[in-house]
Write a protein that binds this ligand. Sequence first.
Ligand code: B12
Length: 403
Amino acid sequence: MLQTTAIKEYAYSLGFDTVRITTAEAFVDAERVIKERIAQGLMDGLPWFTVERAAVSCHPDALLPTAQSIIALGMVYLTEQPDETESSTPHGRISRYAWGDDYHETIKPRLQQFAMWLNEYARSEMGEQAATRLFVDTGRMVDRAVAQRAGLGWYGKNTNILTRGWGSWLFLAEIVTNLPLAPDEPLKATCGSCEICLHACPTRALPRPYELDNTRCISFLTIELRGSIPVELRPLMGNLIFGCDICQEVCHVNQLSERRLLQRPETVIALDNIGKRKTAFQPHQEFRPRPPVGSCPELIPLLSLTEEAFRERFRRSPIKRAKRRGLLRNVCVALGNIGDPQAVPALTRALHDDEPLVRGHAAWALGKIGGEASIQALQEALQIENDGEVCKEIQYALSMKNG
Ligand code: B12
């Protein structure tokens, strides 16, 4: 069997913060749960998340027929928020994972380098070729189930993997390989009786421990949903415009990690199982808020982003996934919730955007803010609007203030 210490050391040298190993046995519990969740409609809205996908993602040998082991990796994205502003103009909130560069693009090349090294290592130690498959998020692999079984962390009741030391502020990735490697044990830790995350979710997307209703999760609504945000959920979204961290922010394990890592990094010691001690924590440069994206952008200027300006501004950011129309839709909802009349002129312009999705949500925001200028803008738009859905949004917006 290959020495896992050398493999783990190499993972750290590539910038991964934590690494564990598990077998390539099937993830039978995860498969059962995923099928149940799909049947209950809790994964609705993600058409690619199918039973057929689970049949592959929970069986590593369906991805690599010779699979024997999985190297589970974590990269911490806990960074300071230096761009927090006190300002009189409305600001939005972006979830922490999207403050900096897109983690897929940061992690993938490291996985590729890791695979090359592993191949060399296997050849020199065993005279064998290493077969590998690499995964981070978008691949057909159950990232959290791997991390749990490898002992990287435990399932939080908000469904995120929590670790000792980093909380849940880490991305997960893995390498499935044909190499036989000594597995690590799962952790014994649990959330105990704490259920603070379940009660904190404004849209009640966590009805029970370990169960997320995708269709109500603000992360889904602001990132993955392509169409209209259900009207009843909009007022619950506050100023969140991309992703949501509420169920992570209220978590005591996360709060403790934040205090230790960000305020007193000199107290941090390594938590890995190969005797390595890290005495200071340096947040990964790539994940720090990167101008002009940041963590809490001004909302009104975002409404005048052209397609080209959107692409340029979010080129390296995960926010590009929402597309311009999705982001502007979210911005409209946030402006409606903030209720600041300063936004009325920009929302009035957005009422004539090329995208019906943006026009409809701008109408909702104007209805929410109210006032004469909003009502006049809505009435004028109704005269010329020819999209049925947008007309309904405008009529609804007008009824918000008239009713
Ligand atoms: C689809 C998806 C989403 C969807 C749907 C979420 C969902 N229900 O899975 C949406 C868009 C909403 C989403 C949101 C987020 N996501 Co996401 N997402 C994924 C993805 C692609 C698949 C997840 C999956 O398999 N879901 C199926 C469900 C059934 O699995 P599950 O929720 O993990 O459920 C498990 C537990 O509940 C457990 N379980 C069930 N019952 C019980 C009972 C007990 C007693 C116990 C102990 C356990 C347990 O078993 C289940 C199966 O493993 C993964 C990447 C990947 N390839 O795995 C990333 C991933 C899970 N997401 C991630 C992140 C960062 C997020 C967000 C924090 C982003 C944000 N800030 O907005 C939020 C968090 C929302 C939340 N509370 O989960 C990270 C999580 C990292 C971590 N530390 O856990 C992942 C792993 C991506 C990555 N590679 O880093 N995500």
